[in-house]
Design a protein. Structure first.
Length: 365
């Protein structure tokens, strides 16, 4: 039994450094086991089919290991300072501190989870070539992050023993002063909220703000500003408050583009107008990219007869967004074809500037 008593004496003599050593070793082993276990389940299976599980496990890993170490620190403090009455000042600091740290770790987990779920959802859509509204996904992610942040702040305030009612009363008075000082910032934030809620445009949409002389492709929508890539490749950072005060045209939501053009014929071709109109309508009716068209004789000009073409050019076959290049090609084909029809009927097609010069010149000059 002598060796047992000797062992007890050794432990009692070195208890000050032996306990933290054993505690650190235990925490390292537990952290390593948890990390290996989470990595095993995270790598098990395909990301495409187990993406939600992987997103949750990846978000859990670091906050969980930090929680283990936090628990170890709490155990160590309880061991060396066991009496709350004797160390009341210390416990007044430790008690709210550990609550705050736990709240922060939980919030950290939720922030990571929101980010991972968003990334997984977008990657899944890309891999499956699914068309999704990325702006809506980004908006939900941002709003959820703000909600978690506000809950975290309220939790920390309660952990500090501050009355939320009194804080709100103080905030009501201070909010007026802050509102005046940060008027532009608040206006931009509400503008961003309006964009996310109303979804007047999304990422990769082509927009035009005529009043502000801005146009380009949307590449990022933030809370304070929206980034637009101009047609010349320059990045334009537009404050979100602009979208609350200016009219906006979203070219990417055009279902068709309008083609309006006058074809001018000589007065000597008056007898052939009916044939040109009939043949032109037959040809236009065979085009699948016209959702609506009118091709009729419209006016007796001073020096020419006017046949007006009014048409809505759409994409084939769905009739969705019409790129300008596609519209320009259709416009070229239609105008050339109608001019050819007029020539085939023996008509002489006049240039636009010929009529404009004669119409606006002095007839006695």
């Amino acid at each position: 039994m002598n060796w047992i008593e000797s062992f007890k004496n050794i432990i009692e003599g070195h208890v000050f450094w032996l306990v933290p050593l054993l505690l650190v070793i235990s925490l390292v082993v537990i952290s390593k086991l948890l990390s290996c276990l989470l990595n095993f389940f995270e790598k098990k299976g395909d990301f495409a089919t187990n993406g939600w599980r992987i997103a949750i496990l990846n978000a859990t890993k670091v906050p969980l290991i930090m929680t283990v170490w936090l628990v170890g620190i709490i155990i160590a403090v309880r061991h060396y300072f066991p009496s709350e009455n004797e160390y009341s000042a210390l416990y007044k600091i430790i008690s709210p501190t550990q609550k705050i740290v736990f709240i922060v770790l939980l919030s950290w987990f939720l922030f990571r989870l929101i980010h991972n779920v968003q990334s997984y959802y977008l990657n899944q859509a890309d891999s499956q070539e699914t068309n999704i509204d990325r702006t809506a996904v980004d908006a939900i992610s941002k709003i959820t992050t703000v909600i978690v942040f506000l809950i975290m702040v309220l939790g920390i305030i309660q952990a500090l023993g501050i009355s939320i009612t009194g804080l709100l009363a103080f905030g009501g008075a201070a909010g007026i002063a802050v509102g005046f000082a940060a008027q532009n910032l608040v206006s931009n934030l509400f503008g961003g909220l309006t964009v996310f809620a109303s979804r007047i445009f999304k990422i990769n949409d082509d927009i035009i703000i005529k009043d502000a002389d801005l146009s380009g492709k949307v590449i990022h929508i933030g809370w304070r500003s929206t980034t637009i890539e101009g047609w010349d490749g320059k990045r334009i950072y537009v404050p979100n408050s602009v979208f609350n005060t200016h009219n906006l045209i979203n070219n990417s939501r055009l279902t068709h583009r309008t083609l309006s053009q006058d074809i001018l014929l000589s007065y000597s071709d008056y007898s052939k107008i009916q044939d040109v109109v009939e043949e032109g309508n037959k040809w236009l009716s065979m085009r699948e990219d016209l959702s609506y068209f009118v091709f009729r004789f419209s006016e007796f000009g001073q020096t020419a007869l006017k046949i007006n073409l009014y048409a809505w050019v759409k994409s084939v076959p769905g009739g969705d967004f019409v790129p300008y290049g596609e519209f320009a090609k259709a416009q070229e084909e239609i105008l050339i074809a109608l001019a050819d029809i007029a020539h085939q009927k023996g008509c002489h097609v006049l240039p636009i500037n010929h009529v404009l010069i004669n119409e606006f010149s002095n007839p006695n000059g």
